[in-house]
Design a protein around this ligand. Structure first.
Ligand code: ADP
Ligand code: ZN
Length: 519
């Protein structure tokens, strides 16, 4: 352990280990297996890099992304650590020379893709050298239930079969209990010690609002809170990335696009400017961020809904790595939810897996619509209980108004049922408020229904918000083709009055934020 401490200081330049790093390193040095759960930015790499240097032989690191591998190896080389990677970008002679280095014992770390490791020649080669440890990075990729399943990862069971005496350490930033169990199963880590760090990032302030003013809403957030800070804005599509980057540029900010449709050269250039210049905003699809290590990102804005809570956590986790206050802000659109539900429904996945995806989406929507502390909800998802509300999220700072809208929800659902689930939201609202200008109502004799006009005392916008929340929460489905609203199974208890429904009153909550800002 003394040597490990010395390397931490002299090679990496850090005075102390943090989180569980010290225990993890000690355990691996003893030759034990380990499962490490640490949030993004927590410092997982050192957990296997230091033991690889201290122990005899090469530390073999399995990493899923070529770009990540290359970044890590370059960073290690700069520190004077002997490291290399073998992947498809190398020529046969380059591979040969790295293998030679490993044979002579001149290599401390060797990064491999999981595909490479499945290769029998590679396994035969590994048998001929001294191996310090196997580190399986992004270990959640073995899990079918995880959000990042990679079939190649399932071949990693060869590690325990072929190299039973080499310690294995699996690392991940995203794992609920089920995923954790699967990692243990797949990688044969029953005897491994588990090191679970808290996922809480206390310096990040979470805020989530519904999108009703488009780009202006994003600009309000940025201009009011981050007039010259660096930040990341995530959007779902390339087109949106481009248009948001243009919009922010027009407002006078340096905003650069980043998505898979741009050439590697442009992407590298934009990423570099983000890292080097001050106050640059990167507007990106989710393709951006893996392996980016910029400590002073002051905000992460989601201008589209992320895929699930794991992605949300990982993406927002790129803010405030230096420990100073940072904002994670999201403006979500109920259309994002509708789109994602359709996407899941129409996908090729089996029913079980579709269910998992729907449940994951439900959990995310629940976080968005949440009236209580966001951090409690977020951490609970990762199996962690926070003792009390955090005091550093929008709901803690400006508790939203919680309105009992059980009766109105019943009316809204009933209007769908009475009109035989054949009409869109606008028409249903016209029926509810008894709009005399809507000709079709008489034509269809819907003015004779008992739901006609019973919603008069709320404006159209109010009903729209109610419908949107009912859709987001999965009580109502939107027909792909005609936009007709349809009831789901979940709607029955509300329709029968057996279950209450609470509406999050965003408008009031927003006014409060504005007032507080002026204090
Ligand atoms: P992860 O893989 O968990 O996302 P990294 O291993 O990339 O995290 O580490 C994140 C950042 O924290 C890196 O810049 C790393 O150098 C730094 N870091 C890791 N351990 C320590 C430590 N003990 N003290 C200070 N900084 C550290
Ligand atoms: Zn809170």
């Amino acid at each position: 352990m003394n040597r490990a401490k010395k390397i931490l200081k002299e090679t990496f330049g850090y005075s102390d280990f943090r989180h569980h790093q010290s225990e993890i390193v000690a355990s691996i040095l003893k030759g034990e297996d380990a499962l490490v759960l640490m949030p993004t930015g927590g410092g997982k790499s050192l957990c296997y890099q230091i033991p690889s240097i201290v122990r005899d032989g090469v530390g073999v690191v399995i990493s899923p992304l070529i770009a990540l591998m290359e970044d890590q190896v370059n960073a290690l080389k700069l520190l004077g650590v002997s490291a290399a990677y073998i992947n498809s970008t190398l020529s046969a002679s380059e591979v040969e020379s790295i293998e030679q280095q490993a044979r002579c014992g001149d290599l401390d770390l060797l990064y491999l893709s999981p595909e490479r490791l499945s290769n029998e020649d590679m396994q035969a080669f590994l048998k001929t050298i001294d191996i310090a440890l196997f580190a399986i990075d992004e270990a959640h990729c073995v899990s079918q239930w995880g959000h990042d399943f990679r079939p190649e990862y399932q071949n990693l069971s060869v590690l325990s079969q072929q190299f039973p005496d080499v310690p294995r350490v699996a690392l991940t930033a995203t794992a609920d209990e089920r995923v954790r169990d699967e990692i243990v199963q797949e990688l044969d880590l029953q005897k491994a010690r588990q090191f679970i760090s808290s996922f809480d990032r206390p310096n990040i302030r979470y805020a989530i609002e519904e999108q009703d003013r488009g780009k202006q809403q994003l600009w309000d957030f940025i201009s009011q809170n981050h007039s010259d800070d660096a930040g990341i804005v995530y959007c779902l599509s390339r087109r949106k990335v481009e248009s948001v980057a243009e919009f922010l540029t027009a407002q006078g900010r340096t905003a650069l696009p980043y998505h898979a449709g741009l050439s590697a050269k442009v992407r590298a250039k934009n990423q570099n400017r983000f890292l080097i210049e001050e106050g640059v905003i990167i507007v990106a699809t989710i393709a951006f961020g893996m392996g980016i290590d910029k400590p002073d990102v002051r905000f992460v804005a989601h201008f589209s809904m992320p895929k699930n809570i794991e992605s949300y956590y990982q993406e927002t986790g790129r803010a405030g790595r230096d420990g100073r206050p940072a904002n994670a802000w999201m403006a979500y659109n109920y259309k994002d939810v509708v789109m994602q539900r359709q996407f899941i429904r129409d996908s090729e996945a089996g029913d079980d897996y579709k269910n998992v995806l729907h449940n994951k989406l439900d959990a995310l929507v629940d976080l968005c619509e949440q009236l209580e502390c966001r951090r409690i909800t977020l951490l609970r998802y990762f199996g962690e209980e926070l003792a009390e509300p955090c005091g550093n999220c929008d709901n803690c700072l400006n508790p939203p108004e919680k309105i009992d809208a059980s009766t109105e929800a019943q009316m809204a659902l009933s209007a769908i049922y009475r009109t035989e689930q054949r009409f869109g939201m606008m028409y249903l609202i016209d029926v509810l408020i008894g709009n005399k200008n809507e000709e079709r109502i008489k034509q269809f004799k819907h003015h004779q229904l008992n739901v006609y006009g019973i919603g008069k005392n709320h404006p159209k916008t109010w009903w729209r918000r109610l419908y949107r929340q009912l859709i987001s929460l999965g009580y109502i489905e939107v027909d792909d083709e005609f936009g007709a609203l349809k009831l789901t199974e979940k709607a029955k208890p509300i329709l029968k009055g057996e279950e209450p429904f609470y509406l999050r009153d965003v408008v009031k909550a927003k006014n409060k934020t504005a007032q507080n800002d002026n204090l």
